[in-house]
Design a protein around this ligand. Structure first.
Ligand code: ADP
Length: 485
């Protein structure tokens, strides 16, 4: 019996529409597999156009009632959902590990992190503010209120199957919006489990739908073309984000986009090296490197680069690789064959360009999509991985000599999501954090995500923020009422 068999009976595998698990209109289903073995876990209903429109019908039917629900009531539902989710941490973590591959400790961490958006936005639901002022001319009053945007489409990726959904669903529900979620085809199960929990917590039927599909556009295109939809929020590749922005233009939809990254991780010569190594491990190897905030380019001052790369290789080379649910495993598989091929091609390209392999460097044969934990040193800046997201357990180390040079190199990318740097110098902290073109900057730390902080990128890394007090405003429209007296 596999670990997954223990929780199999509780796994929802239908589409979630109008408060119930239902089959797809055409009766189709598609396979969800375990990336650690390639084995079939289960099959889920495969949504198409008809199901998408059914979900939108139900969202539109309840939108005004949900918007009129007392904020305290919306808050209580979100809070209750957080409590249920935390109680079920072990089962949810196992479910997530089974479909996504991350280790169980990381999956538990994501249940805590993803769940925190439910708690945080339950607290924000009751603090949606406004403004009331006298017009400067003295001829009236200015009343400013905020109202829910309306039905939203949320499209989520596979790397954080829970958190990338809850980060959108929680603020949308808190604001009074209805939501249709199209989870990633590799990892639909965790999102279906979340829908179940929200229903148990008292979320009315129709407010949330979840539509797994083997053909994303089949579900999203009809929704984006329907004038009743008011917003699309997306986390995924810049390529697909641009496609969605073009489609959103036709109905002038509100958009939130969390797209690709190419995070620099800079270690200055005055850094605390132990701290920087621990930070690099976290920023690179968290989630097996499959994170848009992952340290993609590790720039180390040439006076300490060789030592840093050797110590990093020792730590990364010692990571225990295996199926994520096995005790002691520190690195799971990549999500699928395509992703492993992509990582392999980037590493081969860098090595051909002259990068030195300090540890790893190859895919691992056998069942599952494993790749050796890898450190490449002296990577030439002409290598493809200097420009492209690696999205795997591969640390690429580059040397540099001056602050100006490394800041210019860090900014020489169309992306602008996360950036990290290590220094003990306060002037440099202020100067470099100001100069880096990124939506988020970690100073002397390798993990920046926090539900209470605004997560988001600039340049081609995205539009808008998720989390923090900013997160809810993505789901609110501003209305100005002009009063005469
Ligand atoms: P990745 O390459 O990491 O899988 P994607 O951007 O392809 O990232 O996927 C993120 C999400 O976008 C997934 O839910 C996926 O199904 C969805 N998606 C992919 N292509 C399209 C598309 N053409 N239209 C709408 N959604 C899409």
């Amino acid at each position: 019996m596999s670990e997954f068999d223990r929780i199999r009976a509780q796994i929802p595998t239908g589409l979630w529409i109008d408060g119930a698990a239902v089959p797809a209109a055409g009766g189709a289903r598609f396979a969800v597999t375990d990336p650690a073995t390639g084995d079939l876990l289960t099959e889920v209903a495969d949504a198409g156009r008809e199901d998408a429109l059914r979900a939108l019908d139900s969202a539109c039917r309840v939108q005004s009632d949900w918007a009129a629900t007392a904020p305290r009531e919306r808050a209580v539902i979100l809070r209750r959902a957080w409590e249920i989710l935390i109680e079920r941490t072990e089962d949810l973590a196992l479910l997530m590990t089974s479909e996504m591959g991350k280790t169980l400790p990381e999956a538990r961490g994501e249940v805590a992190y993803g769940g925190e958006f439910l708690r945080w936005f339950s607290e924000e639901a009751v603090r949606i503010g406004g403004r009331y002022t006298q017009a400067p001319a003295g001829n009236g009053r200015i009343l400013v209120t905020q109202q829910p945007v309306g039905p939203c489409l949320a499209i989520t990726p596979w790397n954080f199957p829970l958190a990338m959904g809850s980060r959108k669903i929680a603020p949308a529900l808190a604001a009074g919006c209805t939501v249709i979620v199209k989870p990633a085809e590799d990892t639909p199960l965790t999102m279906l489990a979340l829908a179940d929990i929200l229903a148990e917590a008292g979320l009315p039927a129709g407010v949330l739908s979840v539509l797994p599909s083997s053909d994303a556009a089949e579900v999203t295109a009809p929704l984006l073309a329907d004038p009743r939809l008011r917003k699309v929020t997306f986390t995924g590749s810049t390529r697909v984000g641009k496609l969605l922005l073009r489609q959103a233009a036709d109905n002038v939809l509100r958009t939130s986009m969390e797209l690709g990254g190419n995070a620099p991780f800079i270690v200055f010569e005055d850094a605390d090296l132990d701290q920087a190594l621990a930070g690099a491990m976290a920023a690179k190897m968290r989630n097996g490197g499959e994170a848009c905030t992952a340290a993609n380019r590790i720039y180390v001052h040439n006076s300490i680069r060789a030592e840093f790369a050797a110590r990093l290789a020792e730590k990364i080379g010692a990571l225990r690789v295996g199926p994520g649910h096995e005790p002691g495993v520190e690195l799971g598989p990549l999500i699928n064959e395509r992703q492993r091929n992509s990582v392999t091609a980037l590493v081969d390209d860098a090595v051909a360009a002259g990068a030195v392999v300090r540890t790893g460097g190859k895919p691992i044969d056998g069942p599952g999509w494993f790749f050796q934990p890898t450190v490449l040193d002296e990577v030439p800046r002409t290598a493809r991985m200097h420009r492209e997201e690696i999205f795997g357990p591969v640390a690429a180390v580059y040397g540099f000599d001056t602050e100006d040079e490394v800041v210019a190199a860090a900014n020489d990318t169309e992306f602008g999501l996360a950036a990290y740097f290590y220094t003990q110098n306060l002037d440099r902290v202020l100067r470099v954090s100001g100069a880096l073109e990124a939506g988020m900057v970690g100073v002397n730390r390798g993990v920046i995500s926090d539900p209470a902080a605004p997560f988001g990128g600039i340049k081609q890394s995205g539009l808008g923020s998720e989390g923090g007090s900013e997160g809810i405003s993505e789901y609110l429209d501003t209305k100005y009422v002009a009063l005469t007296h």
